[in-house]
Design a protein around this ligand. Structure first.
Ligand SMILES: NC(=O)c1ccc[n+]([C@@H]2O[C@H](COP(=O)([O-])OP(=O)(O)OC[C@H]3O[C@@H](n4cnc5c(N)ncnc54)[C@H](OP(=O)(O)O)[C@@H]3O)[C@@H](O)[C@H]2O)c1
Length: 370
């Protein structure tokens, strides 16, 4: 049975909603939703909830608990996989189920696999349809981290900056400043929840003493927290214990340092006492942790992406080395006019690729690819 375009559009909205239930939990896999339609009604739904767990199509078929009726349709947010991974190919499960019509919001982003799953289904005589450009764009964007990994073979490095209307990150360098209001901050928490790791420079740890957790309405979640600190200054005598090193998520904090940092025996000893793991990285000519080691460090840590929350110097290094792939730029209407206000390192008129714009109370977010 062919679905009408208005039903199809609502089924696509629903599979995207289902896919989002895996928000932050599916890495390194994509978020995927699927549903089964019989006689114009949804009869079963599924989503991919975590790597190693059943894929969305299989979840939906299992949820049905019987063979689909002849004429049933399957709607999926992403092209079904056609190769053996941790689970068997979903194309096999679909063919075995007897379903004759498959609607897919977008194709597999991996250039080596794109279209293959659809070709297999078509070769077996199934009706296969891909979403219109709008649906395709929404479904593709949802998995921007996964897509980047597939297309480049590298982790995705995202920068997040909150700027005042006159392009400053703080009213005074080295002091915490409230830049955005509650809606924008709630939005940042959702992005923190998506990324498996989060990163800041030592300057931000010293000035703001952040916790870097995702504080959501019904839950608090902690990503892997990375502090880039060439000399272990955040562990120096006289610096009080930072939240990242002492809170209940301290086991999820890693410090990235250089040989200069490791030479500071008292600071290394303090990290050991606190149970914080230190990772050694190459230093750049200025003696800092080389930003070029970032992709390798992330791969070593088994994370496919990082949400880098600054501050100014950390963001500047990543941006200038061309290592940042994605930017979240929050803009507040407030102005920081003090003589020591900290300028954003990102050019004011920078154009992002495929930008998305969101108004969040008085603040505005633009995010997109660098
Ligand atoms: N509005 C926002 O979005 C936002 C976000 C975060 C922070 N902030 C504000 O920004 C200020 C802190 O910014 P910041 O620039 O002083 O500190 P930062 O960027 O957090 O940290 C900079 C420090 O990180 C260390 N580092 C190690 N390797 C580095 C590398 N490759 N590149 C750059 N830094 C490296 C350096 O110290 P060592 O050489 O000692 O390692 C450097 O001084 C605070 O006022 C904070 O409130 C604003």
């Amino acid at each position: 049975m062919t679905l009408s375009s208005s039903s199809l559009s609502s089924w696509y909205n629903r599979v995207l909603e289902l896919a989002r239930k895996g928000w932050g939990d599916t890495h390194p896999n994509p978020m995927v939703g699927a549903l089964l339609v019989e006689d114009g009604e949804i009869v079963a739904e599924g989503f991919h909830c975590a790597t190693g767990k059943a894929h969305a199509e299989v979840e939906a078929l299992n949820a049905l608990g019987r063979a689909p009726h002849p004429g049933a349709s399957l709607v999926i947010s992403l092209e079904p996989c056609s190769t053996h991974g941790k689970t068997p190919p979903c194309t096999e499960a679909i063919l075995k189920s007897g379903i004759q019509s498959v609607y897919v919001a977008c194709e597999d982003p991996n250039p080596q696999h794109a279209g293959q799953g659809l070709d297999i289904l078509r070769e077996h005589g199934l009706h296969v349809q891909v979403g219109d450009p709008d649906v395709r764009a929404q479904a593709t964007r949802l998995n921007f981290i996964f897509n980047h990994n597939m297309q480049t073979g590298r982790p995705l490095i995202a920068l997040k900056l909150a700027e005042s209307a006159n392009g400053k990150l703080a009213n005074e360098a080295g002091t915490p400043s409230r830049v955005t209001e509650s809606d924008a901050r709630a939005d940042m928490m959702q992005w923190r929840r998506l990324f498996p790791s989060i990163c800041v420079g030592s300057g931000t740890v010293l000035s703001d003493d952040p916790s870097l957790t995702a504080r959501l309405p019904d839950d608090t979640w902690c990503p892997l927290r990375l502090v880039v600190d060439s000399t272990l200054s955040t562990l120096a005598a006289g610096v009080s214990d930072r939240a990242l090193y002492t809170d209940k998520y301290a086991g999820k904090t890693r410090i990235i340092t250089t040989d200069h940092g490791l030479a500071q025996k008292d600071r290394v000893a303090r990290a050991r006492e606190l149970g914080i793991t230190i990772l050694q990285a190459e230093s750049c000519p200025r003696g800092r942790v080389s930003p070029l080691c970032f992709p390798e460090v992330l791969t070593h840590l088994g994370v496919n992406s990082v949400y880098c929350e600054g501050g100014a110097r950390m963001a500047e290094s990543l941006y200038e080395e061309g290592l940042a792939d994605y930017l979240f730029r929050y803009r507040s209407p407030r102005e920081f006019l003090g003589p020591h206000a900290l300028p954003s390192p990102i050019p004011k008129k920078l154009r992002l690729r495929d930008p998305l714009e969101v108004q969040l109370g008085p603040d505005h977010l633009t995010h997109g690819f660098l």
